[in-house]
Design a protein around this ligand. Sequence first.
Ligand code: NAP
Length: 349
Amino acid sequence: MLRIAIVGATGAVGRECLALLDGGIVPVERVVPVGSARSVGRDLGAEQALSLPLAPLVTVEELDPRDLDVAVFCAGADVSSREAERLADAGVLIVDNSSAFRMRPDVPLVVPQVNPGALAVRPASNLVANPNCSTIQMVRALQPLHELATLDSVVVATYQAASGGGVRGLEELAEGSRRILDDPGAQGEAGGRFGQPLPFSLVPEIGLQDDQGLTHEERKLVREPRKILGLPGLRVSATAVRVPVFHCHSEAVHVRLREPVTTAAVEKALAATEGLRVYTRSDSPSYPMPRSVFARPEDRALVHVGRIRVEPEDPRAVAVWVVADNLWVGAALNALQIVELSVKNGWLG
Ligand SMILES: NC(=O)c1ccc[n+]([C@@H]2O[C@H](COP(=O)([O-])OP(=O)(O)OC[C@H]3O[C@@H](n4cnc5c(N)ncnc54)[C@H](OP(=O)(O)O)[C@@H]3O)[C@@H](O)[C@H]2O)c1
């Protein structure tokens, strides 16, 4: 039975962490919700109708490491950089959703279905990083292709939902859409969570651009799969786009393999992979969409893959369309599956 803190419990990812704990993903003795000073006094148990053994909400500075086995951080990179190592140094296992520690050599970057071996032993740093949401769903689809015919290079375009921008991102899309429906002449303002107005538009820039013109999000899509898949030389080219969809990220993933393959072999490899739902041309529709991820409760936990095809002129070139719930598969569920695997491996709890 674990004593666990959810840092950022009032946020888009944190709320889903609490819901997944309420569903029993790992056995808990005590759950400590953590928020900013603004949220002290909020009763998240009542707000979310949870039946968890929930402590009162505290600030991160008030967390006592002696009362905790594990803390899941979902409050942004600033909070993680400032507070996570204090707890880790005192013996608390940190599972961090932010980008603060992902590329550190002493911090495993883990997708339990893809590189579970990274958690065979407890990291000396007591830090485990959860990858970027777009990276997670992509590597879950890439791994079976790599096992089938060895990845050579990847080109990906993402279509990322507003919930990737947290609670504020969801509010901005809802309010901005309503404003334009009420007054079609209304112009949104630059700034805000997405840099540019998102309603009825899209924004091909997620995070700041670096001096080579890549955005932060695109850099993550280039670097993180190399570490997770253990392929430091993998070439990845990414364009990350924010779209006016509330939930679920979609990706057009084009892969070049070392060996020629057939569409049937690719479909078979993907269908044999745990946690993927595969759509073939005999399905109607033959592709997943953000809304279809909510069709059945069990679908939220899966990575959905369709439009599977091998280029007619090049049997080493494969294209797939990948959709997943960024708040679950891309964040809360992956983080708690890291906790689950750590317990299963016998070094936590
Ligand atoms: N959204 C996604 O799809 C997604 C996917 C993968 C990873 N992530 C990562 O997960 C983290 C959270 O993202 P989100 O989308 O859930 O953001 P969010 O909805 O904006 O939530 C942010 C949370 O952080 C808390 N917080 C802010 N300042 C704090 C402080 N000084 N001390 C303690 N808590 C503080 C907020 O608490 P208050 O309510 O009290 O302000 C809130 O609970 C980020 O690092 C993000 O990059 C997000």
